[in-house]
Design a protein. Structure first.
Length: 541
């Protein structure tokens, strides 16, 4: 779909309700497919089959019929229902079914702790937990301390993906009637604390659609996604996963290509790209790094039109392997603020820098050294700014993200960490941990690195090794780490330099707690190693 067609003729971009658009597209005799799935998950070379919007709408009607018969009756408007299941199409189908019934679908990740799950249920007033049969033991363990929450076993995928025509459940509300109705609840990753639930209304989920109606809009990601085939391994229980499986697919006629349901291997991801005829991917950086390690994976990535990465920085080494061959760019945003609307740049250098659309209201405020915090400022027409739909009483939102401006090309910015990643030492000086940790993680035997020591006289370095490195001779490992530490120390004041004398190597049975993005959960990890850190400073009061 060329850029010139936006805004689409006869379409009120940003005033469309996603469930209604699905029903409208289901009536079209010719329409791009919703999703493309493998004919045989064990042999992707057999090709893919397409699922239409007519089928999606019918599956959602089957699911709505099942939910109406099996959920506990209530007079409560917008009844909250949590759901946990395997990574399959039940997630987007049940999400659409919930909208048809005006239910609110709560999506706690199985990766967070039982305590965090219970807090999400409590904060959303959710008293019904729908779970697939395979998740029974997991959900029961979560609810062992929440007996007031009722469990319901979800239908099998085959029960709702029936081709027989289901009784229709029509989403009949208008934009003005439904724009502020709650629909989906995702949660933040919990990088610096407990995950926070974020309730999405229909208007919030239409903010990217609204962008297409704005005047003087510069090139953007939506124009790359429109009428293309994209693949992401991110599940629909995450905001980014639903953004791809429902929002981008429905509003911009993108077709989502599905990989097999099992965790993807490099070969499987490469075959998905090849046999699924994929144009673009949205991947976490760790998967790009894995694919680049094999000739087959690297060739598959270089065959793509677009590669977007999200959740963490991408190493320069990987970027240099990809940027000359394909359009490589970061996909930046957050659960609370949604997509950060940036300008699409087709470049082979400085690919990790972005410029913001003027409508985004992005302001960079100095914090320390050359680092700036991204602050979102309310614009006169804030339909693009999801954050002010979530917090209507605010005119500015401090994202807590730290950025650095390009040294030559002003107006280009790169995200480097978080404000709370700054480690302030007892003498008042400090260092920005997350901008330095990737340099330690570049060591081939280091899986994760974390710098801590707030309030102490000197910083502490904690490292978790890759599984293959466990059992390596300690002195040999220290010697190999020293050059990496030296490179960091060349840029640091004497009083904040790292030292092998203040190094903690995680034992195999004490891995770092992880965030949903796969990184180290900073606060939890430092708490876990509190005693080991204290032992390094026996004279500290």
């Amino acid at each position: 779909m060329p850029r010139s067609v936006f805004p689409l003729p006869g379409v009120e971009h940003g005033r469309r309700l996603l469930p209604a658009v699905i029903e409208q597209r289901a009536q079209k005799p010719v329409d791009p497919p919703w999703i493309s799935v493998p004919v045989n998950e064990e042999d992707l070379s057999q090709g893919y089959t397409e699922i239409s919007y007519k089928q999606l709408n019918n599956y959602a009607n089957h699911a709505a019929h099942w939910l109406s018969q099996n959920l506990p009756p209530t007079s409560e408007p917008f009844q909250r229902i949590a759901y946990a299941g395997p990574k399959d199409l039940r997630y987007p189908i049940l999400e659409v079914a919930a909208a048809k019934l005006q239910k609110v679908f709560v999506l706690p990740s199985p990766m967070i702790t039982a305590e965090a799950q219970r807090r999400i249920l409590e904060h959303t007033n959710c008293t019904v937990y729908l779970r697939a049969a395979s998740m029974t033991a997991f959900v029961d363990s979560v609810l062992s301390e929440a007996p007031h929450v009722q469990t319901v076993t979800a239908p099998d995928l085959e029960q709702i993906m029936q081709e027989a025509e289901a009784p229709p459940y029509v989403y009949s509300k208008t934009w003005d009637e439904a724009k502020d109705d709650p629909w989906l609840v995702f949660h933040t990753s919990g990088t610096t604390g407990l995950p926070k639930p974020v309730t999405f209304t229909h208007r919030m989920l239409a903010s990217s659609d609204h962008a297409m109606s704005l005047p003087n809009l510069e090139p953007n990601t939506m124009q790359n996604i429109a009428e293309e085939r994209w693949y992401t391994p991110l599940p629909s229980l995450h905001f980014a996963g639903t953004l791809m499986s429902l929002v981008m697919a429905t509003f911009f006629h993108m077709t989502l290509v599905m990989g097999p349901s099992a965790p993807p291997s490099p070969d499987v991801m490469a075959d998905t790209i090849r046999y699924g005829r994929v144009d673009g991917v949205l991947f976490p950086p760790v998967l790009l790094e894995v694919l680049c390690q094999s000739p087959k994976g690297l060739a598959a990535l270089r065959s793509l039109k677009h590669i977007n990465y999200a959740g963490a920085p991408l190493s320069a080494q990987v970027g240099e392997q990809l940027a000359p061959y394909t359009h490589l760019a970061p996909a930046i945003g957050s659960t609370e603020a949604g997509i950060y609307f940036t300008v699409d740049r087709h470049v082979s250098t400085d690919w990790d820098y972005v410029a913001f659309q003027k409508h985004a209201g992005a302001v960079f405020e100095p914090r320390f050294d050359n680092l700036h915090e991204l602050v979102l400022v309310r614009q006169p027409d804030c339909l693009l700014q999801q954050i002010f739909m979530l917090y209507p009483d605010r005119d500015r939102f401090e994202t807590n993200d730290l950025w650095v401006e390009h040294p030559v090309h002003k107006g280009l910015w790169k995200v480097v960490g978080r404000c709370d990643d700054y480690v302030t030492l007892s003498h008042g000086d400090g260092l920005h941990a997350s901008s330095l940790e990737p340099e330690i993680e570049a060591h081939p035997q280091v899986q994760l690195a974390l710098i801590g020591g707030p309030g102490l006289s000197a910083p502490v370095l904690l490292v978790e090794l890759v599984p293959e490195a466990n059992g390596t001779d300690r002195q040999q490992l220290l010697a190999s780490l020293q050059p990496y530490i030296d490179r960091i120390n060349e840029r640091c004041h004497e009083c904040v330099k790292l030292s092998l004398d203040r190094l903690i190597i995680a034992p195999q049975d004490k891995s770092f707690p992880r965030t949903l993005k796969g990184g180290a959960a900073r606060v939890k990890t430092l708490k876990l190693y509190e005693q080991e850190i204290s032992d390094l400073f026996p004279d500290a009061v």
